[in-house]
Design a protein around this ligand. Structure first.
Ligand code: ATP
Length: 298
């Protein structure tokens, strides 16, 4: 897998506040990588360090397998702070100024306006834009020059549901064109819906990282039923990974202390003479996982 970003034990302290603590992360090409954590967990500080906007106190990071340089920085687009454009200039003119600053031609402007759905309003002054449109223009400006990586800090903050949907679709479209996305968010739902990978931060420390799909597939419990309920209960108690059960509901809910798969558990019942009339798995959501991790880290 082609490395895009490799962070090795970076730290940052502001006075007594440890904003980032020995944080390591690996992002590879094509990922939509979510940095998830509550307010103050160090997300913006981390993004600012890897964009060379602030200096870390220790550790290092590499872009595209090499120490960061001016050249590697040109391969990265970012939206870190709230959109800042000239209010009396239209979108197209604002993007021309950004293109000048980035030393790019104007030929990419129409593409990014189209991509962000702003083409029809490109002649409107920035000050007449809605908050959502301003946000999209900021992303358009970051996409000028077709960077290989797009970094976004809380991309849907303050947007209404329609604006949120717009940004989500935009991120997915950009990613489907092969751009690697790194985004900070405090919204679980957002990470679940958009990201392929996630790192959970709390108080500047990484608690967990992995594929979103793997985190989501952690099974918490199963519901079973059978016409021979008592026999079902007796048999399941003999399973090596059995932890506890609740028989007060319509079906029997069983907790295991290790991950078990439905096929294996069905075969176990069958081998012990119990025919199931019901088997379903309850998935533990990223939200539960996230909350548990934060609780254990208090
Ligand atoms: P939010 O979502 O609220 O922006 P965050 O996860 O991005 O939070 P950071 O902004 O990185 O977190 O802040 C991490 C910690 O560092 C916080 O306790 C914050 O108050 C502190 N901090 C950030 N920037 C500074 C600064 N310039 N001076 C002092 N403390 C700072």
């Amino acid at each position: 897998m082609e490395s895009v970003l490799s962070i090795n034990r970076i730290s940052k302290q502001y006075g007594k506040i440890q904003a980032v603590k020995e944080l390591s992360l690996e992002v590879t090409k094509g990922q939509i990588f979510g940095i998830l954590g509550p307010n103050g967990s160090g997300k913006t500080t981390t993004l600012s360090i890897i964009l060379d906007l602030i200096k870390d106190d220790g550790g290092d990071y590499q872009w595209f397998g090499e120490p960061p340089t001016k050249e590697s920085r040109k391969r990265i687009g970012s939206v870190i702070e709230s959109p800042n454009f000239f209010p009396y200039l239209n979108a197209e003119m604002n993007l021309q100024i950004v293109a000048d600053i980035k030393d790019l031609g104007y030929e990419d402007i129409d593409r990014v306006l189209r991509l962000t759905g702003l083409e029809e309003r490109k002649k409107s002054k920035f000050r007449t834009y809605s908050f959502g449109m301003k946000q999209r223009l900021a992303i358009a400006s970051a996409l000028l020059g077709n960077p290989e990586v797009l970094i976004l800090d809380e991309p849907t903050n303050g947007l209404d549901p329609q604006g949120i949907a717009h940004i989500r679709n935009l991120i997915l479209t950009v990613a489907s064109n092969g751009t690697t996305i790194i985004m900070a968010s405090h919204l679980l739902d957002e990470v679940q819906k958009i990201c392929t990978h996630v790192a959970v931060l709390s108080k500047g420390k990484k608690l967990f990282d992995g594929k979103v799909s793997e985190v989501l597939s952690i099974s918490d419990s199963f519901d079973f039923d059978s016409v021979e309920r008592e026999e079902l209960i007796r048999v399941i108690r003999t399973h090596p990974s059995f932890q506890s059960l609740d028989s007060s509901k319509e079906t029997i809910q069983v907790y295991f202390n290790k991950e078990v798969n439905p096929g294996e558990i069905n075969a176990f019942f069958f081998a012990n003479g119990v025919t199931l009339t019901h088997l379903s798995e309850r998935k533990r959501s990223l939200e539960q996982h996230f909350l548990e991790l934060l609780q254990n880290n208090q």
